[in-house]
Design a binder for this molecule. Structure first.
Ligand code: SIN
Length: 490
């Protein structure tokens, strides 16, 4: 029977290294707070380089046995981990809401979303095939086999505290890698709870090691992994500046990298679109996690022929969204993660308004609800000189830009350093084919706002990074190819 835990039993405050719960070597701790209230939920280990090194030592010791484990045994462990996540989806969902702020329905949804990657990669573990290369010379046999890259360092963000770490650890473990991981300082509790469930699922000691660190200590701890030759891969989801730092700092040890970085997603509404469907799709894509999502539409381009109608429909639906703490069952948008997030949203909206944007709804903090709330906002008459046109707002703000023809819309959509997600709505099949091919993005939503799935490749182009998570491609980032050439066969 898969064990079900109370929320309080899932909250851990120590590091998980070599199958043990241990305090930080220096004995330091830092507070994890509830973004809805600012109250402390729990103190956790404030790790530094000594803890990072201990995690790597454990991962190095565990690697040979895990690499050599039968694929079906690794798969069985991952399936048990998946079952534990599903069985504990309510408690994990509440934990996500508590430390990250998203409404409970979204928190629970995230558990099922993250768990789906674990089930997917459990199955993929048993399908890591190589190739027998057609014979080129008599007496010689050539083949290619796939091997785990080695120790993987996983560094994960606060916006999806469960899904992002699950979709890195699962393929790593499936491939036969061992893992050292550091979740974001805002939301380490969900990751620690996952480590607890992984332990119960039978992940052997040292195969998964997880440390938490405050904002001040995180970089030194991670730097230890970057400089360590035993760590062969870094997988990161987060901002582009940090991704660039990781790429530079791991160059000396030539690690393999997967970087899922910032986006600045365009969302185009053509004049032949089903406007009701486009509004529904935009709401789903934009307000998931209150807009704190890398694939969140950041720039909405609407054809001038349907601009006013679309703006009206959208503003009416956005004004009706319920902003409330995660504890309110009717909540659709919770608090933003912290004060810095609120400051950035406020700066972006103020800048847009000062440059001529019209506030159709929202445009202000909701201080009466708590420290980190911002009203869902629609801005009309957005223009390319506004900060939000080139920088992700990462909040519940929709700027509406106007365009007159397809080429102009595509040019504007691609006029960004980033290329993670993009979206468009049109009912013209020829246009759909043309636009989908021309958009510079790793992911394109066509008449659809919710794109992510464990069965699909998730990742970007340009400065949104490289590597893919999920799908049949997702394991490649954790494997290297070895060519075997056997002679003397005749
Ligand atoms: C992200 O915001 O980085 C991930 C979003 C997703 O998985 O859809």
């Amino acid at each position: 029977m898969t064990k079900r835990y109370e929320l309080s039993e899932l909250i851990r405050g120590d590091n998980f290294i070599d199958g043990e719960w241990v305090a930080a070597v220096a004995g330091k701790r830092f507070d994890v707070t509830n973004p809805a209230t600012g109250e402390v939920i729990r103190e956790v280990a404030d790790s530094d380089t000594a803890d990072a090194r201990a995690a790597t030592d454990a991962a190095a010791r565990a690697f040979p046995a895990w690499r050599d484990a039968l694929a079906r045994d690794r798969a069985a462990v991952l399936h048990r981990w998946h079952a534990l996540m599903v069985e504990n989806a309510d408690a994990l969902g509440r934990l996500i809401s508590l430390e990250q702020g998203k409404p409970f329905a979204e928190g629970r949804g995230e558990v099922m979303y993250g768990a789906s990657y674990v089930a997917w990669f459990a199955d993929e573990a048993t399908r890591i095939y190589g190739d027998l290369i057609p014979q080129q010379q008599r007496g010689k046999r050539m083949s290619a086999i796939k091997e785990p890259v080695g120790i993987v360092a996983a560094i994960t963000p606060w916006n999806f505290p469960l899904a992002m770490i699950a979709r890195k650890i699962a393929p790593a473990l499936a491939a036969g890698c061992t893992v050292v991981a550091k979740p974001a300082e805002d939301t380490p509790l969900t990751a620690l709870a996952l480590a607890m469930l992984a332990d119960e699922a039978g992940v052997p000691p040292g195969v998964l090691n997880l440390i938490s660190a405050s904002r001040d200590n995180a970089m030194p701890a991670v730097a230890d992994w970057l400089a360590d030759n035993r760590v062969r891969k870094v997988t990161f989801t987060g901002s582009t500046p940090v991704g660039k730092y990781l790429a530079r700092a791991s160059a000396d040890t030539l690690k393999k990298l997967s970087l899922e970085l910032g986006g600045n997603a365009p969302f185009i509404v053509f004049d032949d679109a089903d406007l009701e469907a486009a509004v529904t799709g935009l709401l789903a894509a934009k307000f998931r996690n209150g807009g704190q999502t890398c694939v969140s539409p950041n720039r909405v381009y609407v054809h001038s022929g349907v601009y006013e109608r679309f703006a009206d429909l959208l503003a009416t639906r956005v004004a009706a969204l319920k902003v409330a703490p995660a504890s309110d069952p009717a909540a659709q948008i919770g608090p933003m993660i912290n004060e810095r997030a609120i400051d950035k949203i406020t700066r972006h909206v103020d800048d847009a308004v000062s440059r001529g944007a019209r506030v159709l709804t929202g445009g202000k903090r909701l201080a009466e609800l708590g420290p980190n709330y911002y009203a869902p906002t629609v801005l009309a008459d957005a223009t390319p000189d506004m900060h939000m046109s080139c920088d992700e707002t990462f909040g519940p703000v929709v700027p509406l830009f106007r365009f007159d023809d397809e080429a102009e819309a595509i040019g504007a959509a691609n006029d960004t350093l980033f290329g993670l997600a993009s979206y468009f709505y049109s009912q013209d099949v020829r246009r759909i084919d043309r636009v989908a091919r021309q958009l510079e993005a790793g992911i394109v939503g066509i008449n659809e706002g919710i794109l992510a799935s464990e069965a699909a490749p998730f990742g970007g182009v340009k400065e949104s990074g490289y590597g893919r998570e999920g799908s049949k491609y997702g394991l490649d980032d954790y494997l290297s190819i070895k060519y075997l050439c056997q002679g003397g066969l005749e």
